[in-house]
Design a protein around this ligand. Structure first.
Ligand code: TRH
Length: 384
């Protein structure tokens, strides 16, 4: 019997803003190829953003192969460039509109391709009811299914590479690994020996107030900020327009600006720090796999919809850790009244042991839901 050829799969990714859209699609594409042998084509409309998290990408190439994945520049809805061949599995990310011509081609295939809309991550309960729901095309004989990542076994789970935990444990087993990694980012020993916090957030975060609390604290703290993040507060602290390598110390706080690192190094940074401030979706999930305490800055939405999502997550993640709840709500502007940052920070420190234990337990709990790439392929196989 001839061996079955691996399925082909196309991911369509529109970069709305920042790095999360391509960050998630790229992670998924890589994993589908390297762990499942899927023949993946990633269509992406913004190669420059892609290049920031993956420097191997040529921002000018119409087609290229990176880490075994065919990357195609998606230039618009009606360019005359779409291939005659349609993939066996077609994923539209965040309901981005797939070019009409591609959809027409899908409708002519026998069998029809599996068409999935991969949605955004939220801890809200309604997700379980919508995960895997079908949606018929109004005109063509095609059905699209919704696929939701999530935090329970009735969702698609979270993106997680098979070797991730092993890599993390190997990194942590030898303290010298973290030390060398941080030295290579420019940190001297004194900054490495301090409490280390990575900081990735949206411009609205009250960074200046947090810096003031850390500056006036008793414990030496090194805050590592990627270039271009929290620029107002960072420039004010450092005293100039800060680029990668800029550093300043005031009181107990040292702020150091890091270059934007490739995705795998961002994981190492999260592993090497004692606490991580993360944002959006992908860095938030990576912080959860890092097994370290984290503070999430959620992507802001109209009418403060994001506050509801934040509360839904806190109810799952930290229902009984008051200090973490209070700090995250303040960080996201979800609490009324003036924040007392020194008090919020010292409350968090006093609950550190519980927060550490929760990070570990959560990581184990989430692993129990399988990983999103495997769950997605299993669902696609059922639809075939
Ligand atoms: O960049 P983000 O804010 O991205 C998104 C987008 O705004 C998107 O439109 C929105 O839908 C989504 O958030 C919720 O945050 P996120 O999701 O954490 O993505 C950042 C990516 O950048 C992630 O893959 C990690 C990566 N990264 C690096 O590779 N190197 C770095 O130095 C840093 C700081 C991040």
């Amino acid at each position: 019997m001839a061996p079955q050829s691996p399925p082909s799969l196309a991911i369509f990714c529109k970069v709305v803003d920042n790095y999360g859209d391509i960050g998630i699609c790229w992670r998924l594409a890589r994993q589908l190829y390297s762990e499942h042998g899927v023949v993946v084509t990633l269509w992406v409309d913004d190669l420059a953003s892609f290049r920031r998290i993956c420097p191997e990408v040529d921002a000018t190439a119409a087609t290229q192969t990176v880490a075994g994945v065919t990357v195609r520049h998606w230039r618009g809805q009606d360019d005359d460039y779409l291939p005659a061949e349609v993939a066996d599995i077609v994923i539209e990310f965040f309901a981005c509109d797939i070019p009409p011509r591609y959809i027409e081609a899908m409708a002519t295939c026998t069998p029809r391709p599996v068409w999935l809309n991969l949605e955004g991550l939220t801890a809200e309960e309604w997700v379980e009811g919508c995960h895997k729901l079908p949606s018929m095309h109004p005109r063509l004989k095609l059905t699209k299914h919704f696929f939701f990542p999530g935090f329970t076994s009735r969702t698609g789970g979270l993106l997680r590479e098979a070797g991730l935990e092993q890599q993390r444990l190997a990194f942590l087993a030898q303290p010298q690994h973290a030390r060398t990694f941080l030295h290579n980012l420019g940190l001297p020993d004194a900054e490495i020996d301090a409490c280390k916090v990575s900081l990735f957030c949206y411009p609205e975060a009250p960074v200046a107030a947090l810096f003031a609390a850390w500056q006036g604290g008793n414990e030496k703290l090194t805050c590592l900020v990627p270039e271009g993040v929290a620029t107002g507060a960072v420039d004010a602290f450092i005293g100039t327009t800060a680029h990668a390598g800029a550093v300043a110390t005031r009181g107990a706080l040292t702020v150091r600006v890091l270059p934007f690192v490739p995705q795998p190094d961002y994981d190492r940074l999260l592993w090497a720090c004692d606490l991580n401030f993360v944002r959006g979706e992908d860095s938030w999930v990576r912080a959860q796999w890092a097994g370290k305490p984290f503070v999430w800055h959620i992507y802001p939405q109209d009418e403060n919809l994001h506050h509801k999502k934040l509360r839904a997550f806190l109810a799952r993640y930290a229902p009984d850790i008051g200090s973490l709840q209070a700090l995250m709500l303040q960080w996201n502007g979800a609490t009324k009244g003036e924040a007392d940052w020194p008090a919020l920070w010292s409350a968090l420190q006093s609950e550190q042991a519980r927060i550490d234990a929760r990070s570990d337990a959560w990581q184990a709990e989430m692993s129990g839901n399988g990983d999103l790439a495997s769950n997605l392929l299993a669902f696609a196989a059922l639809l075939k």
